[in-house]
Design a binder for this molecule. Sequence first.
Ligand code: AMP
Length: 427
Amino acid sequence: MSFQTFNLDASILKAIQEAGYDQPTPIQTKSIPEIMLNKHVLASAQTGTGKTAAFVLPILDKLTKNRSEGRGPRVLIVSPTRELATQITDSIKKYSRYLRINSITITGGISYGLQNRMFSKPIDILVATPGRLLDLYQQKKINFKGLEVMILDEADRMLDMGFVPDIRKIYNATSKKQQMLMFSATFDPPIQKIAQEFLTNPVTISIKPDVSGHKNIKQLIYFADNQSHKQQMLDHFIKNDEVTQAIIFTATKRMADQLSDQLYHSDIKTSALHGDMSQGSRTKTINRFKRNETKILVATDLASRGIDVKNISHVFNYDMPRFAEDYIHRIGRTGRANNKGIAISLVSPTDREFLRKIERFTNLKIEIASIPGMEATILKEAKAPKRKSKGRSFVKKGKVFKNEANAKKRIRSKPVFGKTNQSAPSR
Ligand code: AMP
């Protein structure tokens, strides 16, 4: 299938071609025709599947084919985080480079002066986070009556973050005649309830948790006894040449700062990224990382969605995420644009419950590995398989060798990430 079959405007097709996209991704194949037919769409797809283009392309087409004289906004895209909002805006810019579309982004960190300037021209597309959007509406600076399409992106996340009441207020301020699109990682009952409230006879499109899209990501678990054990292992990994650029995910902002400080003092170019930072410094941090001026980003889940940097070789889960969906998002920061990636999870006893949830959600048993001499007590205590056990293997440069002899033949130096051991204790 090619993008030509969608009957998109020629200027959009030209931009797609320049972006280097040969063919639509599954979510694009399913969503674009339905959105072009003005249907309400409820779609489950993760970041990394091309879901942004799945709604941006048909919207641009719609805006181009029917011009309007109003002040807009004609399209409203609501995003749970500033980072995702910026990412969506970047995509809009990329795909609309040959169109005359005015797209603006309003998020919590933007100054009121800049915001007022942005509102001085008619707006085609407004990308916004819920808080500031509602603020603007309540100050009567914005009117949603002319809205033609409203998109709720990462609705599951908005639900978790408690944004649904804000969204309801915004929705109630619209004519309710606009086309509604909702994207969510899951279709859990609370999401279905929201969909029933905001969407009319939606077409449901489900792209499974994208473990398939993660085929080029090697996922490994390293059991840890405690925090200092995690740090020891992290040091071991970071010093490795294979780590060209990495994101380390932590559960708390404090831990992100602390780890980033430690790495900085070990002469590693690093930055922290979390919600306590001003919008300006978050953007700077991400841009530096994108330009490869920083090697390691130590971040909270704020960075698990919406960061699209091609050369991230590794993702480390220093702490396991509380939500299984976040695991998918986190590891999807590596292995982008057909590159290979490695996702390493450091699992302490308190993380094990989260690991179980992740494995249930993804229907995956993640491979267990260990660093010789740094094994967790739980692994030392486990009955190690005998010499010829099939389950024992060595990992080097992302490759798993069937047995020790093979590994020794092929690996002259010490195994980079240690050995994998599938006969580890129950998790
Ligand atoms: P998203 O899921 O929207 O975060 O997109 C993930 C990445 O896929 C982005 O880097 C996009 O530029 C890229 N992308 C989107 N659509 C396509 C496509 N049809 N072919 C190749 N890459 C794509």
